[in-house]
Design a protein around this ligand. Structure first.
Ligand code: ADP
Ligand code: RBF
Ligand code: MG
Length: 206
């Protein structure tokens, strides 16, 4: 299925490494496995559908970077903490990675790999001015993870970002994203990606 091998050689640059910037996004040729949820290419009949479909076929996408501070709302307001990647990493992601909600695998400092859900975009409910890439791992951590290295493998797409009438509605939908992610990641084709060498490859910092 052609996973790209990750070679990350560090050169110092503001917490991230230069080659990390070039290599922190790694794509494979594997076809996205949620075509049952989305229209297959043959049925796409407008430009937006075609672009969206093209993006889905680029998954999985691998990325990594330091966990940085955001507004602190995930844990305080939603009860759903999200590990945020720095703006450098957000900008280095392929433009074809549309804003929206995704599911996949992630680990911290090469540790155990957990299921995750991911939000990419401007959080329309909060009308953020900066694009964010935020990972909620389906695991209870005992301490905070700021400054540690997060690795993510974006496996599939769930839905576009939305605005909501209330915080409760946003929380309900995120909880339903989490349930969907749990089920989708148990599919054998997706489960295999948990074992990707990417998750144990060394990314050293200068
Ligand atoms: P911020 O706005 O600074 O990202 P959040 O309220 O979203 O703050 O909380 C995120 C932080 O919570 C993460 O950076 C990490 O240190 C910690 N955290 C604890 N458990 C998790 C988890 N399961 N998934 C993601 N982050 C977690
Ligand atoms: N924010 C939105 O404004 N609209 C959304 O549809 C939305 N969906 C999300 C789905 C998931 C799985 C996660 C983890 C976050 C989502 N967020 C969304 C982002 C959320 O507002 C953000 O994580 C918190 O504001 C904390 O930064
Ligand atoms: Mg967060």
């Amino acid at each position: 299925m052609g996973l790209t091998v990750v070679l990350i050689i560090p050169l110092s640059m503001g917490g991230l490494t230069v080659l990390q910037l070039a290599t922190n996004v790694i794509r494979s040729t594997r076809r996205n496995c949620i075509s049952s949820i989305h229209k297959p290419a043959a049925k796409c009949n407008n430009k937006t559908d075609k672009k969206h479909n093209k993006m889905l076929h680029q998954l999985p996408i691998y990325a990594s970077g330091e966990i940085v501070r955001g507004f602190g709302r995930g844990s305080k307001e939603l009860g759903i903490p999200t590990a945020n990647l720095s703006l450098d990493v957000v900008k280095s992601l392929p433009e074809s990675l549309h804003t929206g909600v995704y599911y996949g695998w992630s680990n911290v400092n090469n540790g155990e790999v957990y299921k995750m859900v991911l939000s990419v975009g401007w959080n329309p409910f909060y009308n953020n001015k900066e694009k964010s890439v935020e990972t909620h791992m389906l695991h209870k951590f005992d301490c905070d993870l700021y400054g540690q290295t997060l690795k993510i493998c974006i496996v599939g797409y769930l839905r576009p970002e939305k605005n909501f009438d209330s915080l409760d509605d946003l929380i309900k939908v995120i909880k339903s994203d989490i349930e969907q992610a749990k089920t989708l990641l148990d599919q054998p084709e997706n489960r295999k990606l948990r074992e990707a060498p990417f998750f144990s490859a060394n990314i050293s910092k200068c």
